[in-house]
Design a protein around this ligand. Structure first.
Ligand code: GLY
Length: 572
């Protein structure tokens, strides 16, 4: 009897599992898991996250291990030479925290450091080379995460990355190609940078090549053994400061020693009964996201087709208003008062809805006499993790541009960011070519530059429902908005919500962009007739939103890797 009951149960479980996987294929729900899920841009990193969970680590341990691994396998954006944000929510207390490890300006930084003698902005200086580098925050941020919320030992979450760097990993085609094309971007990359990312014989990288980073392995080992102390006060700090001095950079050992990561209170809002938890300043992401959702909540988007012109129009108008507020008000809240409460209030959204014409686009220029914003770099990376207890972690971190500043501090193997470019670089001067000079985001010593990173959790009935985020400069905020409304208003399974064509409007430039596939002649004509300026580009590819959805009925985790980057979702 016992035997046949056991067999029966086994059979039922098989049917249930088959059903889950069948649904996955049919409905594009993504990869399914019950005990844990990691979704990132890179298969090595996602696997390391899952291994950490299987080993008894929690989602914070896994997230930190993934972050260190991406610094090795995805050097274009993964990093220890940059900074970022992490949202963590605890299932027992239902509380959430926001970790801020954004880079900060060096002590000698000045508001006009990127202007020449005629006070003209010299773009190369904020984008390439040592002067573009902000004091990195990632190592301090990860250490803070582990000290406060991790289960495993610090060394346990770095060891896999040390191994990948020291023994090497297999390059996929994309990674090999990205290395081969570095001299297109970095005419001025440092010698050390090209030494690290080229082959000694000068030949091209190929798919399947093993890429070894001995210096980086050594730096990671120092960090594993001595903690963030090695990076901010010890040998690595010494090497970074020396490299800066040698090449005209500003970061000193004192700047590194002064760096702190913070636990902040996330910014929160609601949308159709779901709670939204996201990143507060120094990111504009959470605030602008909640502002847009508040505006859109007053329109019943789900009544129409996802790509109906009326829907795209409303979303574009909400985006414009939120990005106008972003440009006007947002910066580092440790340096000036940022009206987050006002911007995320339902009453502010109601005021804005009163200004939106359902049939006509508001020309961006009429919304504020000043301000066009400078194009932000788009190379960041986001990953999502959940463990079997439901501890959820959304991490977005960056070195800003593709391969950052093109500076590898000699002897460290550490690629440094060009995050200084996220400041407003020409004080008081705003023009229609993309410069913005408003005060909250001007450069000041030890200030954090404004970010758009939007690691976000969506909560339903007290439980985590979605974990999401994206790279993409200012488009990040709109990518996250696209994903959330796809799920909540248009009932899309998470993989469909990620795959669906995205749209973007940033107030300035006054341009509505849609990913290829969503654009039909008819749609373009309808939107143009409403007054929108459309830019039709088949190369527009918006974001890379590696996300997780938790089915409230079954508790199953659905991981959706973004195909735009061939990301990797692994569950178990
Ligand atoms: N550098 C991109 C961001 O922080 O939003």
């Amino acid at each position: 009897m016992r035997k046949s009951w056991g067999f029966f149960r086994f059979f039922i479980i098989l049917i249930l599992l088959a059903n889950q996987f069948f649904c996955t294929a049919q409905e594009n729900k993504g990869v399914v898991g019950k005990n844990g899920m990691v979704v990132s841009v890179d298969e090595y990193a996602s696997q390391i996250g899952i291994d950490i969970l299987k080993k008894g680590g929690n989602a914070v341990d896994a997230a930190v291990a993934v972050g260190f691994a991406l610094a090795v396998t995805f050097p274009a954006a993964g990093n220890i030479g940059g900074g970022g944000f992490m949202i963590i929510r605890f299932p027992d207390t239902e509380e959430a925290v926001a970790l801020d490890f954004r880079e900060m300006a060096p002590g000698q930084a000045t508001p006009d450091m990127y202007l020449d003698e005629k006070r003209d902005y010299v773009e190369e200086r904020s984008l390439f080379g040592h002067l573009a580098v902000g004091v990195p925050g990632t190592v301090k941020g990860f250490e803070l995460a582990m000290e406060k919320y991790g289960n495993l030992k610090w060394v346990d979450v770095i060891e896999p990355a040390i191994e990948l760097a020291g023994k090497g990993f297999k390059l996929n085609e994309r990674r090999a190609d990205s290395f081969n094309r570095l001299n297109e971007r970095f005419e001025q990359g440092t010698k050390e940078f090209f030494r690290v990312f080229s082959k000694p014989d000068g030949s091209e990288f190929k798919e399947g090549d093993i890429f070894i980073q001995k210096d980086l392995a050594r730096s990671l080992r120092l960090i594993a053994e001595h903690g963030s102390q090695a990076f901010y006060n010890g040998e690595i700090a010494e090497l970074i400061a020396q490299d800066m001095k040698k090449h005209g950079g500003l970061i000193t050992k004192e700047d590194l020693g002064k760096y702190e990561a913070f636990v902040r209170k996330p910014v929160t809002g609601t949308y159709h009964g779901y709670q939204i938890i996201s990143m507060p300043p120094p990111s504009s992401g959470g605030t602008a996201l909640i502002e847009m959702l508040n505006i859109l909540e007053g329109f019943d988007l789900g009544q129409k087709e996802r790509y109906a012109p009326e829907i795209l129009h409303l979303i574009a108008e909400a985006m414009k208003f939120a990005f106008f507020d972003r440009a006007k008000y947002m910066g580092d809240s440790d340096f000036s008062e940022i009206p987050v409460k006002l911007l995320t209030s339902k009453s502010h959204a109601e005021d804005i809805r009163g200004k939106i014409d359902l049939k006509k686009a508001i020309p961006s220029a009429t919304m504020g006499e000043e301000i066009l914003t400078i194009e932000e770099a788009k190379e960041t990376t986001h990953y999502s993790v959940i463990d079997k207890e439901g501890l959820a972690v959304a991490t977005t971190y960056t070195i800003n541009g593709w391969f950052g500043s093109g500076v590898v501090a000699e002897g460290t193997g550490i690629l440094l960011n060009n995050e200084m470019d996220d400041f407003n670089v020409k004080p008081g001067y705003t023009d229609d070519k993309g410069l913005i000079g408003t005060k909250p985001n001007l450069i000041e010593p030890h200030k954090r530059m404004l970010s758009s990173m939007t690691p976000t959790l969506v909560i339903k009935d007290g439980k985590v429902y979605m974990i999401t985020g994206s790279p993409g400069g200012r488009t990040i905020i709109n990518t996250v908005l696209n994903v959330i409304i796809n799920v909540i208003d248009f009932n899309m399974p998470i993989q469909d919500a990620i795959d669906a064509h995205r749209m973007n409007h940033e107030w300035m430039p006054d341009l509505l962009r849609l990913e290829k596939g969503a654009i039909t002649e008819e749609l373009i004509e309808s939107l143009k007739a409403m007054g929108h300026t459309m830019k039709e580009s088949s190369r527009w590819r918006q974001g890379d939103a590696h996300s997780i959805l938790i089915d409230p009925k079954t508790g199953y985790y659905y991981g959706a890797a973004d195909k735009r980057s061939q990301g990797s979702a692994i569950g178990y």
